[in-house]
Design a protein around this ligand. Structure first.
Ligand SMILES: C[C@H](N)C(=O)N[C@@H](Cc1c[nH]cn1)C(=O)O
Length: 497
């Protein structure tokens, strides 16, 4: 009885010490939040748009700033050259360098787990004239929301992880796990070169990594969430080339077979108005929805009307929660993004473009395989094009082939996630999937063999990739606390010998 009493008191003392440490850390975070907002302001100010070659110097600077920050904190930082693969050349002929990947290491205690945090600091393009209410690269706080390109995707989450480590350091508290960082600058264009870098470092940097944590996604509602799946993405260019040069539509219209009309014609055969993908073989590859999934989706909190009003539409493709979530997370979709060479300025230019290139992507889900999808799409478009008997030339290229990722929610990483969310927000998290793509997630899993969790801190209405992207101050600051709590919870996972 005495022994039992001793164990019970020890447990009580331990839980007190633990709670005490968390509240110290949380207090530290609260009292440093202005600094964190300033740090985010500095990062957002760097136009690290990876899709724009003219912004490449800014992207390199962003990587340097990230490395410098981790170095100042005492991290063992190495900037790694990703493998370039196909070398992109600038108009002058000089090669366009990929940004270096920042790797860093804090702690080297073999008794502790090693957690690798992955994030990215490149962003999607943004211009005020796209319809932003504030300058996209000037972080602006309105009603507790921090507006700026990259605020949520993915600069604040990366900074929040950095602040979490900094808080332990500032309070002279030992980090409960060893922490490694892999921060890249090409995520928004498909993580070029990163797969090869991970493969090359599998037996060095990644050899002692136990778990990988990614915070590059958002919640589904106001309730915090843990993410266990992402869709992949196959991104295509379809180029139709005809006359030697652009032509006057009055002079030549009606006599030439227009590349744009061919292109629109074949694009229209990709997907039906009700969202049915028409490319043979794609729908057949989709893993069927299980009863367990159906049940999980039923239990998720989701406000249909808010979803519609937030994006400004009156109707959606599906009118029940399960179908809607399933089509957002675990079914493929075709999106047409743009046509290069097409006239898109204001005004009424009357030209027939000589060469037009459509950009479209197909989000991937289990059990689709990008290599198979590449062939299916290429063969299909060529067969549809052949039926038009056009003299123009069609070229189809797949420029991104990112696989989907799916985790086992029964893994201890998810139990740790639930405990951390409970501690910080006092609720149970939703278990959700992400419709977007984190190209490297599947590579991490396949190459390192380690388990991954996605621990989002972004809000459901952050407007990623869109006008007026934002991160709420609440999510940024409470998210930093969540990461602190998560490191503690992961440390409790029994270390296998
Ligand atoms: C989910 C993540 N924050 C994200 O937005 N990823 C991009 C990555 C991508 C995919 N194809 C090209 N880039 C996305 O899902 O669009």
């Amino acid at each position: 009885q005495m022994a039992l009493l001793c164990v019970a008191s020890l447990l009580l003392v331990l839980s007190f010490v633990d709670a005490f440490q968390y509240s110290d850390l949380a207090l530290y975070i609260d009292s440093h939040q202005e600094e964190y907002v300033e740090a985010l302001r500095d990062w957002v100010a760097i136009e690290s748009d990876s899709s724009n070659i003219l912004k490449r110097p800014d992207l390199h600077r962003m990587m340097d700033v990230t490395a410098e920050k981790l170095r100042e904190m005492g991290g063992n930082v190495v900037m790694v050259h990703p493998w370039a693969g196909i070398q992109i050349k600038l108009p002058g002929g000089q090669p366009l360098a990929l940004p270096k990947v920042v790797t860093a290491h804090f702690g080297n205690d073999s008794q502790k787990h090693t957690v690798c945090i992955y994030g990215h600091v490149d962003v999607q393009p943004a211009k005020l004239e796209d319809g932003w209410r504030t300058e996209p690269y000037n972080l602006t706080e309105i009603d507790g929301n921090l507006y700026g390109r990259g605020a949520s995707d993915n600069k604040a989450p990366v900074l929040a992880w950095i602040h979490a480590v900094e808080a332990y350091q500032a309070l002279n508290m030992e980090l409960p796990v060893n922490v490694k960082f892999v921060i890249e600058g090409m995520e928004e264009t498909g993580s070029n070169g990163l797969d090869a870098m991970i493969l090359a470092q599998r037996d060095t940097f990644f050899s002692d990594v136990d778990f990988i944590v990614i915070s590059d996604c958002g919640w589904l509602s106001k309730r915090p969430a843990l993410t266990y799946g992402t869709r992949g993405n196959c991104y295509f260019f379809a180029e139709v080339e005809g006359p030697r040069q652009d032509l006057h539509s009055g002079v030549y219209g009606g006599t030439v077979i227009e590349p744009m009309i061919d292109l629109i014609g074949i694009l229209d055969t990709l997907i039906s108005p009700s969202g049915k993908i028409l490319i043979p073989g794609i729908r057949e590859a989709v893993a069927p929805l299980t009863d367990e999934e159906w049940k999980m989706y039923q239990d998720i909190q989701f406000d249909f009307d808010h979803y519609k009003s937030k994006i400004g539409v009156s109707h959606l493709m599906y009118n029940n929660k399960v179908d809607l979530l399933a089509h957002r997370w675990r079914h493929p979709t075709v999106s047409i993004h743009g046509i290069e060479g097409a006239f898109s300025d204001p005004g009424t230019k009357t030209v027939i473009p000589a060469k037009v290139t459509a950009k479209f992507s197909i989000r991937q889900v289990p059990d689709m395989d990008p290599a198979v999808v590449k062939k299916q799409v290429t063969d299909y478009l060529h067969s549809v094009f052949a039926k038009r008997k056009s003299p123009n030339k069609l070229k189809v290229t797949m420029v991104i082939g990112a696989k989907p990722w799916l985790a086992d929610t029964k893994h201890e990483l998810y139990q740790a996630g639930k405990a951390a969310v409970k501690r910080v927000f006092n609720v149970d998290p939703d278990l959700i999937r992400e419709g977007g793509t984190i190209p490297v997630a599947r590579t991490f899993q396949d190459v390192t063999g380690k388990s991954i969790i996605m621990l989002p801190i972004g809000g459901f209405d952050d407007g990623l990739h869109s006008q007026n992207e934002k991160m709420s101050r609440y999510n940024y600051i409470e998210g930093t606390k969540l990461f602190i709590a998560y490191l503690h919870e992961v440390a409790q996972i029994k270390k296998s010998v």
